[in-house]
Structures are given as structure tokens and as C-alpha cells.
Design a protein around this ligand. Structure first.
Ligand code: WTA
Length: 657
């Protein structure tokens, strides 16, 4: 592991003196009052568990903790789809909008009420039953941001079928790897998606993936565009054809009663090896955790129009577009496309049209808007906004303040929420009516969350210190392991400190006890909020027939947070060329997904290695960021570094991105 924190970043953050106390009129009406911090772990989550969800059998015990596994709401029975859909209709809220959907082509939009959502979910669940899906059948989902995506997820949960959603930007290889690891029997997709005005060939990618994923017996294809796709008889079926003659009567497909600890979904995420980890989330603790945090942190009201602008394919979309908000009966926005299509004011026009009061997005998006300029937001009335949120990477104070002023009109609290795929729910965050905000700080642990910063010896560092972020008590939405890999689960999260969850991020606590997140401590990069491991990209590169060796690292990037730099040695001593560079980018795009393609490629005859043959990654990072080079005496060939620095500088000078 490399050193957790880059000192120059800390210094800048710590000199950040701006303070934003909660506006008194906000505090008066806030869902979260200071008392929420006063409750104990068991008391707090017992109360939330009782009021946030509807049980078909109440739980006997709040939690059990046998490190490294926790169980929550033991003995309870419930169904996620019932909680997210049916009970709202039964309560007379069937006409309330569940999602306002905006297609990317701008004339396309439709609202979907909770009653309509229910009827679509029931019909689709009945369709899935025809394909043999039942309690326990693993289902893969590979779609864009269409209402049918949450419909498919909810239909799975209705039947008790665990799902894995794969982000629509992943390649066929990544998709098939996930399908095979989970043993998915059915894959749900669409013929094509829309992105920045062009068509994304989702079904075609599925065809390539299915060729390598023999567990898949059936593929359901939603018709999003008029594009023709290959349909294999006996395997592929159109969504609308599958739904012919299916009933939308909820009684025709009752919600399966599930145990609190039944598997809800797997979501694959990057770690420090090339193989993504299938993060396990179960039913009750997850649902209570996401609904509770959603309620308090975003200050959601019954008439809120809430917009989390993430993609459902990532954990943010699972927890804070689908499960948390729907469990709370919240009206949400679902937008299919990019922020700049057809123009750079698309987001702001959506906020104005639906009078959005809560916006939740990522620093990388905020920085794009910043770069495009505030004039696009000024064209629209954003006065409906009350709360702004940020997630996915550390937000730099400059972007925070820009967001607060230009989007929030200086009046909306900005909640910088820290969490991970593994944590399932937000763990470190301000509460908008309680916390004094500091740009760049995620501030405080959510009530009952026992977060700390440890030094190498497992001691909490004093205020002002930095080290490894850890969580010392269980929380309801925490991962229940890595799919079929107990060893890796223990090794990754529980081996550095006893019975303590190692997050993998560096952090500092300031004099007030506020947390400042400082990025990953391992070889995981964070590019535009996408987690990618250096080794995944390296494996993809060396898999190219002309590549002999490759080493990859992240460098700071003003727009995307981090950008990927690849050092590549070609076979036969070949020199690199611009053609080779674009070939390698395309290759990584095919192996993982376009978002993982390196921004820079430095061709080098040799990689810097220690005498034992280990690539010196810290050195590569230093070179990539044009830092003064550290000690190179352990290098087998010290001249390699000079050569690398020279090439790195040349590459940077070309302004290649
Ligand atoms: C980073 C996304 C600083 C962090 C929900 C974490 C953050 C990783 C923040 C998880 C934040 C997320 N401030 N860093 N507010 N939110 N991160 O699994 O490094 O895609 O470990 O989950 O993103 O990424 P993941």
C-alpha cells in the first residue's frame, strides 16, 4: 500500500476557512434535528426499522455482529418491491409521480405514477416468470437510463430474484465476466440506448457477452429505438412480446416474502486485482439504511421533486435513485442522457420544468458545468432548489463554492456525502439543518456510524492528524461479503485492523473533528467518479498482442478528478506511435469500457522496477504528476527514471488528453 495522503492536498484543504452554518429557516423545518446524534446504535436503528419499512413479519432483534459479518433485523420478513411500490398505491398515493422520465432526444418525456409503476412491474414480473425466473434465480441487467431499468430491478425483487446491474458503458468482456461470476440465467437489456445524440449498441454488446457466458438461457430486449438487432430464436425475446397476455393485477404476482438477510443484489466493483468484486447486499438492513439516510440527509418532503443525476448502473443509482427514494415514496427524475445534450443548459431546464428541490450529483459533473460557465444555469429559474448534494470523489473547495453560489443561489446547504459500493448507504455527511459546512469536508459521521482515522498501529489519530479511514461498528446497509470469496473479503477489509472495517481511503480529522477525505490508499483510481483498478487496465493493455509490459497510475486532473496514465513497453523494442496510442485506447475500451481508456500513454523501453522486479508505482505517479522524483536507489536501472520523466514531460507538453 502506498502512503495514504498527499501532503500538499491536505495543506490546501486545511487552510480552507470558509464556514456555512445552516440557515435558521432551514433548520426550523429540517427532518434531522440535533437530537438524532444522541441515540444509540440499537435504539436508532430499531426506531428507523419500525417506521421506515413495512414488514410482513416484524424482526426479533436489531442486529448481530460476528466480525466480519453482521446481520440486521433478524427474523424479519418483507419484500422490497412491496415497500417501494405496492404500499404507496395501497395508501392512496397511486397517482403520485414516481419518476419524471426525460429521454435524451429532448421532445421525449413521460411521467410514471406509482400506480403505473406497479402495473409495469407486475406485468414484467409475470413475464420473467414465463422465462422460469423465481425466488433465487440470478438475473443480469444491462440497460441505459430508461424507466424499464427500475421496472426490471423491482420486478426481480418482487419475485425474490437477486439481480446484478451492469453499467451500460461496460464492454462485452466486463459484462460476461459478471454474468458468469453470478451465474445469471436471464439477461435484460435494450436494443440501443441514447448518449450524446448517438446510439449505444447495448444488445450487440450483450450478444458478444452471451457468447462467453453460457449460464444465460434467455435475453429480454426492450425496444428503445427503431434500430435493428440480431434476435436469436429460442433465446432472445422482445420485452413487449414477453408482456403480451400478462396480467397487471398485483394479485396475479404477489410479492415474495423474503427474509431480512436474503440476497437483494450483487454489484461489482474494482479492487486491487484485475477481477472485480461482487459486493453482496441483502434485503432489510440495506432498505432501511438507504431510506433513512435519504430522508435525513436530503431533507426529503412529501412534495419533493428529487433528482439524483447518477446512473442507475452504479451504487449511487441503486441506493439513491431506486431503492431509498422509492421506499420513501419520493417523486424522482430519471434522465437518460448527458448534461450537454442538446445544449449545456439541459440539466437546468429539467430543474426548472419539474421544480426540482433536491439535486444530487458528482464533483466531476460540477466541474464540467463550471468549465462551461454559469451563464447556462442563469437562463433558468432554479429557485425551487433547497438542497444540493455531492458524491463520488473529494470535492475541491472551488467547485463546492461554485455549486453553492451558481446553482444553489447561495441559499442551499451542500451535503458532501461520503460512502462506497461496499457501505451501501451514506456514512459521512453533513445534515443540512444541523451541520456547519466547510467546502471540501464531508464533515461528520452519520448518526450511530463509528468512523475514525487510524495510524499504522491501529490508534485513532488526534484531531489534526491523518491516516486510514475505518469504521468500527456495523451499520445496516453494510456489505455482507464478496460473492463466493470469503478470503478476499477478509483480506481486503478486515486484515489490517482487528474487527474494524478498512475503507481504503485516506482521511484527516480537523480540530473540530470534521472529516476530510483524501482519495484512495490502494491502487484504485477514481476517474469521473468511476472506480477503476490500475491492474484491470494493465491486464487489458498487456492483453494487446504488441504490448510487452504495462504499468498504470492515476494523476490529478482538474476536470475528472483523476486521469489514467499508462506506461507501456512494446514487444521487440518497438517505438510507440500516435496510431499505436489510439489502438491501445480502443483496446482498453473493448476490454473494460471506454471510461477506462488511458488519457495519456507514455511509451518506454523499460519500466522502473525494484531489484525484486516490482514496478515502482509511486515513482510512476510522481512522474505522471511532474513531481520531484523520490529516492530511486532501489531501481534496477536508475536511468530508466530520467528517461521516463523526459517522456512524461514530452507527453504532457503535447497536451494530449
Ligand atoms: C470515493 C460511490 C471523497 C472514495 C458512492 C470511495 C468520495 C469511493 C466521496 C467509492 C466523497 C465517494 N468524498 N471521496 N464525498 N464519495 N468517494 O464504490 O474514494 O463507486 O472509497 O461508491 O469513491 O466509490 P464507489
Amino acid at each position: 500500500m502506498s502512503e495514504p495522503v498527499a501532503n500538499q492536498d491536505i495543506e490546501t484543504l486545511f487552510s480552507e476557512q470558509r464556514r456555512y452554518p445552516p440557515p435558521p429557516e432551514f433548520t426550523k423545518q429540517a427532518n434531522a434535528q440535533p437530537e438524532v446524534y444522541g441515540k444509540g446504535l440499537e435504539e436508532f436503528w430499531r426506531e428507523e426499522g419500525e417506521q421506515r419499512v413495512t414488514w410482513s413479519r416484524p424482526f426479533d432483534k436489531v442486529y448481530e455482529w460476528e466480525p466480519p459479518y453482521a446481520k440486521w433485523y433478524i427474523g424479519g420478513k418483507l419484500n422490497v418491491c412491496y415497500n417501494c411500490v405496492d404500499r404507496h398505491v395501497e395508501a392512496g398515493n397511486g397517482d403520485k409521480v414516481a419518476f419524471y422520465w426525460e429521454g435524451e432526444p429532448s421532445e421525449e418525456r413521460r411521467p410514471l405514477s406509482f400506480a403505473e409503476l406497479q402495473s409495469q412491474v407486475v406485468r414484467f414480473a409475470n413475464g420473467l416468470k414465463k422465462l422460469g425466473v423465481k425466488k433465487g434465480t440470478p438475473v443480469g441487467i444491462y440497460m441505459g437510463m430508461v424507466p424499464e431499468l427500475p421496472v426490471a430491478m423491482l420486478a426481480c425483487t418482487r419475485l425474490g430474484a437477486p439481480h446484478t446491474v451492469v453499467f451500460g458503458g461496460f464492454s462485452a468482456d466486463s459484462l460476461s465476466g459478471r454474468m458468469t461470476d453470478m451465474g445469471c440465467e436471464v439477461l435484460i437489456t435494450q436494443n440501443e440506448g441514447w448518449r450524446r445524440g448517438s446510439r449505444v449498441p447495448l444488445k450487440k454488446t450483450c450478444d458478444e457477452a452471451m457468447a462467453q457466458a453460457p449460464s444465460i438461457k434467455a435475453c429480454v430486449v426492450y425496444r428503445r429505438t427503431d434500430g435493428e438487432v440480431n434476435m436469436e430464436a429460442g433465446r432472445d425475446v422482445w420485452w413487449d412480446e414477453l408482456l403480451q397476455d400478462t396480467s397487471d393485477d398485483p394479485n396475479s404476482c404477489p410479492c415474495e416474502e423474503m427474509d431480512s438477510e436474503d440476497l437483494l443484489y450483487l454489484l461489482y466493483t474494482s479492487g486491487t486485482t484485475a477481477k472485480p468484486k461482487g459486493i453482496v447486499h441483502t434485503t432489510a438492513g440495506y432498505l432501511v439504511g438507504v431510506a433513512t439516510t435519504h430522508h435525513y440527509i436530503f431533507d426529503v418532503k412529501p412534495d419533493s421533486v428529487y433528482w439524483c443525476a447518477a446512473d442507475v448502473g452504479w451504487v449511487t443509482g441503486h441506493s439513491y435513485i431506486v431503492y431509498g427514494p422509492l421506499c420513501n415514496g419520493t417523486t424522482g427524475i430519471l434522465y437518460e442522457g448527458t448534461p450537454d445534450y442538446p445544449d449545456k443548459d439541459r440539466w437546468w431546464s429539467i430543474i426548472e420544468r419539474y421544480k426540482v428541490d433536491i439535486l444530487y450529483t458528482a464533483p466531476t459533473a460540477i466541474r464540467s458545468h463550471m468549465k462551461w460557465g454559469p451563464e447556462h444555469a442563469r437562463k433558468h429559474d432554479l429557485s425551487s432548489l433547497r438542497v444540493l448534494g455531492s458524491v463520488g470523489e473529494p470535492i475541491n473547495p472551488e467547485a463546492w463554492v461554485w455549486y453553492h453560489e451558481n446553482i444553489g443561489g447561495g441559499r442551499c446547504p451542500v451535503v458532501d456525502t461520503w460512502w462506497q459500493t461496499e457501505t451501501g448507504m451514506i456514512l459521512i455527511t453533513p445534515l443540512p439543518g444541523v451541520t456547519t459546512l466547510k467546502p471540501g469536508s464531508a464533515t461528520q459521521a452519520f448518526p450511530t456510524v463509528d468512523a475514525a482515522v487510524y495510524n499504522e498501529h491501529g490508534e485513532a489519530v488526534p484531531h489534526g492528524g491523518g491516516g486510514y479511514l475505518v469504521i468500527r461498528q456495523p451499520w445496516p446497509a453494510m456489505l455482507r461479503g464478496i460473492h463466493r470469496d470469503h478470503e478476499r473479503y477478509v483480506q481486503t477489509y478486515w486484515s489490517k485492523y482487528k474487527d474494524t472495517y478498512l475503507v481504503g481511503d485516506g482521511a484527516r480529522v480537523d480540530e473540530d473533528g470534521d472529516f476530510w477525505l483524501l482519495g484512495r490508499i490502494d491502487d484504485v483510481m477514481n476517474v469521473s467518479g468511476h472506480r477503476i483498478s490500475t491492474i484491470e487496465v494493465e491486464s487489458a493493455l498487456v492483453d494487446h498482442p504488441k504490448v510487452a509490459e504495462a504499468a498504470v497510475c492515476g494523476r490529478n486532473d482538474p476536470a475528472t478528478g483523476q486521469a489514467i496514465v499508462a506506461y507501456v513497453t512494446l514487444k521487440g523494442g518497438d517505438e510507440g506511435s500516435p496510431e499505436m496510442l489510439s489502438e491501445l485506447r480502443t483496446h482498453v475500451g473493448q476490454r473494460i469500457g471506454k471510461f477506462a481508456a488511458p488519457a495519456n500513454v507514455v511509451f518506454t523501453p523499460e519500466l522502473p522496477k525494484t531489484r525484486s522486479g516490482k514496478i515502482m508505482r509511486r515513482l510512476l505517479r510522481d512522474v505522471a504528476e511532474n513531481r520531484a522524483l523520490g529516492d530511486t536507489t532501489t531501481l534496477a536501472d536508475p536511468t530508466v527514471v530520467d528517461e521516463l520523466s523526459r517522456r512524461g514531460r514530452e507527453e504532457a507538453a503535447k497536451g494530449d488528453a
